[in-house]
Structures are given as C-alpha cells and as structure tokens.
Write a protein that binds this ligand. Structure first.
Ligand SMILES: NC(=O)c1ccc[n+]([C@@H]2O[C@H](COP(=O)([O-])OP(=O)(O)OC[C@H]3O[C@@H](n4cnc5c(N)ncnc54)[C@H](OP(=O)(O)O)[C@@H]3O)[C@@H](O)[C@H]2O)c1
Length: 260
C-alpha cells in the first residue's frame, strides 16, 4: 500500500488531505502537535476507509523535527510515496510590533522544515524513481503583503522552490506541486489574529478545504507545477498585479490590509 505523510494533519486543509488520500487508498502518517485530534482522524479514516493511519506527535518548529519524524517512519519501516508539506501559520500586524520568535518559528515551519522533509523524502523517491510532493503555498505567494509580510514571503519561497523542483524531479518520475489556496474556511485566520473587519471581507471569498484538496489532487494527477485553487476569483487576484509597477502593487495590497 502506498504511504502518504501529511504535516499539519490535525485540522483544516491537512485533515481534508487525510480524508481524500485515504479515499484514494493511501496509508497515512499524520503529523502535528495535537495528539487527540490526530488520533480521532486516524481512527475515523482507518474505520471508514480501511487504511492504516499512524500518528506522529511533533512540534515542527524545533530544528531537528524533520529528522525525528523520519526516524519514527524508519522505525516503523514506512517509506513515504507522497509527502504533503501542509503545516503552516501566519500572524497579522506591523512587522516591527510583532514578536521576533514568532516570525522565526513561522519561517522554520512554513519553509525550513518543508525543505528538510522534502530533501529527506526525495532521497528514497529518487532511488525508487517514483513519488509525489505537494507543498502548500498560498495566493499570498504572488505579491508582497504589508502587515502579513513574513507569511507572504515564506509562501513566495514555497512556490518558487516547488516549481524549480518540479522541473528537476521530472526526469526521476517524481511529481512536485506548489498548491496556492486563496482564503479557505479553517482556523487559519483565527490563529493569525486577523482583525474582524479584514476577516469579514476575506470571508466573502472563502473556499472549502474539500475544494482546495480536490483541486490540488487533480493538478497533481495532471503533473502541473502549481495550482491556484478556488476558481476564477483567485485566478484574477493572483494575475491582477502582473503588469503593475511593484510599488503600485504593494501599495494597493498594503492599503487593503491596513486597518487603522
Ligand atoms: N486557510 C487559508 O485561508 C489558507 C490559504 C492559503 C494557504 N493556507 C495554508 O494552508 C496550510 C494549512 O492551513 P489551514 O488553513 O488548514 O490552517 P489550520 O486549520 O490552522 O491548520 C494548521 C495545521 O498546522 C498544524 N501546525 C501548526 N503549527 C504546527 C507546529 N508547530 N508543528 C506541527 N504542526 C503544526 C496544526 O496542528 P496542531 O495545532 O495540532 O499542531 C494544524 O493541523 C498552511 O500552510 C497555510 O499557510 C491556508
């Protein structure tokens, strides 16, 4: 049975990946910090979809997190055929007023552990000449976002990294996909402490995690390097700024995200 390793699998988009990949017959390895939520998802998919689900409780902001996850996989003789680098968070606010440690944890989770897990999984995928890697970026990857500066920068990194690896990995029969969801109905905006006024306008454009994951898996099947999920509105959003001068684009986004 093929094995899918999913980070941030305890909630939101990650939990939906667990459901849809179980439907596709994958055995699952579910990683996040919340043991109870992970176990509940593992129990549900193993009962309803008849797949094996293994739980790894790990805070991925610690520098040796990827090595620890891979060590547990090795112990259980599991080799990921599909890696979903999904765990991530953002925080709203003026950069200089936030906590430096929060930004460094965000960079660690959204980018560094993603690179670390990708590197480690690619070694065996390359040997076997098969595998797939899905990295969850965001529509935030397509422009700088004042008041969401570090988050948007991490997602630009994820998209660029994924598209470059898509090309490198193709001759090895390994698929790499950068997934760019727009606003999706999860705990993300609450965790990010988005102001209510902004949350309301973002909320009008919410997509469901189900739609994000099915769009992502379809794009993976087709061998795409990237996908903007959530339909036409998000497509327009990410392309709108292409021909604007950078200052005009950043200014427009900044005015949209500034609340006072
Ligand atoms: N929702 C959106 O509008 C949106 C749009 C574009 C992109 N995204 C991206 O989609 C991905 C999933 O976000 P979501 O919307 O599903 O958010 P979510 O509902 O807040 O879920 C985040 C997941 O990441 C896990 N996580 C957070 N910190 C972690 C840590 N230190 N170590 C291990 N796991 C950790 C959480 O589990 P625990 O708390 O149990 O650890 C949870 O399973 C993120 O990369 C996000 O940037 C979201």
């Amino acid at each position: 049975m093929a094995v899918a390793l999913i980070t941030g699998a305890s909630a939101g988009i990650g939990a939906e990946f667990a459901e849809q990949l179980a439907q596709r017959g994958y055995d699952l390895v579910l990683v996040a910090r919340s043991p109870d939520k992970l176990q509940a998802i593992a129990d549900t998919v193993s009962q309803q979809r008849h797949v094996k689900a293994t739980v790894i409780v790990q805070d991925l902001t610690t520098p040796d997190a990827a090595a620890k996850v891979m060590a547990q996989l090795e112990q259980q003789q599991l080799q990921p055929d599909l890696l979903v680098n999904n765990a991530g968070f953002g925080t709203y606010g003026e950069f200089a007023d936030g906590e430096l440690s929060t930004y460094l944890n965000m960079i660690q989770l959204n980018t560094m552990v993603l690179v670390d897990l990708t590197y480690r999984c690619l070694q065996s995928m390359k040997q076997r000449q098969t595998g797939s890697i899905l990295n969850i970026a965001s529509t935030a990857a397509f422009q700088p976002i004042p008041y969401f500066a570090v988050y948007a920068a991490t997602k630009t990194f994820v998209l660029s990294f994924s598209e470059a690896l898509w090309f490198e990995c193709k001759p090895h029969n390994i698929k790499v996909l950068g997934v760019c969801p727009g606003p999706t109905e999860t705990q993300f905006f609450k965790t990010a402490e988005f102001p209510d006024s902004l949350g309301e306008s973002v909320g009008q454009n919410y997509t469901s995690p189900q739609a994000v994951v099915s769009d992502a898996l379809q794009a993976l099947d087709k061998g795409q390097s990237n996908v903007v999920t959530g339909g036409l509105t998000n497509q327009l959003l990410v392309n709108a700024g292409r021909f604007l001068p950078r200052e005009a684009l950043t200014g427009a986004v900044g005015r949209m995200f500034k609340t006072q």
